[in-house]
Design a protein around this ligand. Sequence first.
Ligand code: ADP
Length: 491
Amino acid sequence: MGTHLSRTIAEGRAFTQLVGGRAVDSLSGERIDVLSPSDGKVFASIPASGAADVDLAVRAARRAFDDGPWARMPAVERGRLLTKLGQLVEKNGTELAALESRDTGKPVRQGRADVNATTRYYEFYGGAADKIHGDTIPFLDGYTALTLREPHGVVVGIIPWNYPLQILARVAGAALAMGNTLVVKPAEDASLTTIRIAELALEAGFPEGVFNVVTGYGRDAGAALSGHPLVDYVTFTGSPATGAAIQKAAAENNRGVTLELGGKSPQIVFADADIDAAVPVLVNAIIQNGGQTCSAGSRVLIERAVYDEVAEALAERFSALVAGPHDADLDLGSLINPRQRQKVTGMVSDAERAGCEILARGSIHADAPESGFYYAPALIAAKDTKLAIAQEEVFGPVLTLLAFDDEADAIGIANGTEYGLVAGIWTRDGARQHRVAKRVRAGQVFVNGYGAGGGIELPFGGFKRSGHGREKGFEALYDMSATKTVVFNHG
Ligand code: ADP
């Protein structure tokens, strides 16, 4: 099965971090084994850094911000460096896709899609760097008032394991476009492409200390980074519990945070929808990346009149889904680690115990190694909107179906969780499209479609427990900068 490169990439490599433009190990010399989720086998290692390593990285970023050439570099030059990085990502795309897939267990096809989005992020922010500017403000007679958009300073990016390339790119693209310096901590389960991107950033010509990477466990390196007093701003994508810990750590220094914390995003199917067009999209919205997507469309709300029809069409597709090794490029790969598989298994068993019916199951390919972390996708009819399976993020290939009576009921169920990240609405009624899009509490709403993670140009972020602040698109540039008001008294 699969290509040679995606099976052997980085075999035996002891990866290093990048601090102040140099490849370094952790001060303690301790390392973390890197497993391929496809077979559970160790194939590389990364440094296990702690507070002392983090301190060195933050100081390098601080120096680069305060004293280095970066601080005086014109926006157009910063943009050129980002564009160059995008070109290098594209040039090294085959290697990066293979590395991402082996490290995370995602199909190589998905790794390739991630590389393409990553290239676009760096291109987009490269182009945007010199197109964001302040205002002049009508003020008192004898005065001129204007605003400048200034970088925060040292920005931290704490990155999850589901889309390391893409999430790093949306953070780094916007932060560097605005002239911040960066310290990134990738997830201990998926750090390899982040290290490679930092290497490519050096090759692109970013000055030393602008793009730093420290690897290690969240409780060590991550906690030290989010509470470091020389850090100016923290961005995080991951679980609500970790987001709260990071927010508290940043609060010790009264620093700002952008948090993207996942969801339980509804896809709402009205009886007048184009069901044939909807069904493949409904499935892809949860199956992409094995359901390990913050913006996965994990609940399908179906108007009662078409419930059986839609459920049957979904069941037919779910039964045909196959999970297997990343390099086999099947419908989905493995989950990231045994803990995640245990969590998904537990939530589905709890739902069954609570009386929910499993309408269909996909399968695991016969050639998939027993030692891999596979989970056969499940389609579940939820008995009750209050059950965990209808309320909480599973972060696996599990789609929950719920029936609704009318538009008001649909909106009530859609908004009836603690989350508010994305929503999909399927209806041919134009007025209803607008009404529901306005009433659904979600940072992104797709009408007659769904875009789990897609659209690098589109502002993205949550309401409620899905977090706050906006990433992606031009909007992210505002989060990654602060307004300075300057007033001239010229009489
Ligand atoms: P998971 O539990 O699935 O790993 P998390 O949301 O905890 O998901 O992890 C996302 C990122 O947050 C990872 O880079 C992880 O190392 C980091 N992290 C975990 N705990 C902390 C913490 N207490 N402080 C800072 N970062 C953390």
